[in-house]
Design a protein around this ligand. Structure first.
Ligand code: NDP
Length: 311
């Protein structure tokens, strides 16, 4: 059976950065790219907040550059999904695509998180043309425009507040008659003259050609007061939570109630020595490319130290 010194799972900024550091430390890393090589950023239009790119960079190009940098130092890039693991013994055992077995001395989990979507066909139709799950990434394109944010939690309130500094008008579409967000965030939203909170509203669809021009909504669905109408918008932001991609590891690795991998302090160490988590899979709070890259670096350094302790 193939035995790998340092196995990296995931190909976003965390995985590629871990690869760069691990390869330079001569750990001969193997990196499994998963279903979406490059991760979430490949679906973002322009990245303008990653230091080093004063003119911004296309998310897809940035990930290609990170990949090329990792390959340059010898990271062995492979396609495939980790379908099961056995972390009960060392070396750790992993199965790729349900068939291939490998062993690894250290594992860096950098599988990321996926934004949740409502499941509307129109979300796919307008992907990259007005639908976004990241206000920090894409809000800038809606200066002086009208946008909608879906959700009633802290993220939705934070995104709505942020967007209100750019957009002319922000609708916050909340399915319940109240917000779930913390009091301070609720207050900030409710007192903001640019934000209109639409309680007990659900989105039915989006319309417009070629970009979004509006959304179909329903108020108080299923009640005698049910009302269906359209609202003109230019951008549609989802803020209904993220799902960390940790399911396959949960039998062995500690996660919180949402599935985020729990690490020690702000570092990458999990409950099992030799197994590290980096990037969004362990980060419910920041979820930025730069913070993911930094944690990938930390994970590779920890893996190196761990392996060195056996020499
Ligand atoms: P939450 O799970 O807290 O909130 C999700 C929101 O989306 C809820 O209002 C929920 O509605 C709504 N929602 C979920 N599914 C749907 C759907 N299908 N249709 C319409 N609405 C939907 O997620 P967040 O990302 O907001 O927060 C995650 C965690 O991170 C929380 O613990 C939060 O406190 C924390 N956080 C903290 C911040 C801070 O302290 N500054 C900033 C951001 C997040 P409903 O209420 O009806 O379930």
């Amino acid at each position: 059976m193939e035995r790998i010194k340092c196995l990296i799972i995931g190909s976003g900024p965390a995985g590629y950065t871990a690869g760069i550091y691990a390869a330079r430390a001569n750990l001969k890393p193997v990196l499994y790219e998963g279903n979406q090589p490059g991760g979430q950023l490949t679906t973002t239009s322009t990245v303008e907040n990653f230091p080093g790119y004063p003119n911004g960079i296309n998310g897809y190009d940035m990930m290609n550059d990170m990949r090329a940098q990792a390959e340059k130092f010898g990271v062995d890039m492979r396609h495939g999904l980790i379908t099961s693991v056995d972390f009960s013994h060392r070396p750790f055992s992993l199965t790729i695509d349900g068939t291939t077995q490998i062993e690894a001395d250290t594992v860096i989990i950098a599988t990321g998180a996926a934004a949740k979507y409502l499941g509307l066909d129109d979300e796919k139709k307008y992907s990259g043309r007005g639908v976004s799950a990241c206000a920090t990434c894409d809000g800038f394109f809606y200066r002086k425009k009208t946008v909608a944010v879906v959700g009633g939690g802290d993220t939705a309130c934070e995104e709505a507040s942020y967007l209100s500094t750019l957009a002319a008008k922000v609708y916050l579409v909340v399915r319940k008659p109240f917000l779930r967000a913390s009091d301070i965030m609720q207050k900030r939203v409710l007192e903001n003259p640019k934000i209109e909170v639409l309680f007990e509203h659900n989105t039915l669809g989006l319309f417009g050609e070629p970009k979004i021009q509006g959304m179909h909504v329903v108020e108080k669905a299923g009640s005698p007061q049910e009302r269906r109408y359209d609202i003109a918008i230019d951008g549609f932001f989802l803020a209904i939570g993220h799902k960390p991609m940790s399911d396959v590891f949960k039998e062995y690795i500690n996660t919180d109630a949402e599935g985020y991998i729990i690490t020690e302090g702000s570092g990458p160490c999990t409950n099992i020595p030799g197994i590290y988590a980096a990037g969004d899979v362990a980060d419910p709070r920041y979820r930025q490319a730069i913070t993911a890259a930094a944690s990938g670096c930390k994970a590779a350094i920890e893996a190196e130290k761990y392996l060195a302790s056996f020499e």
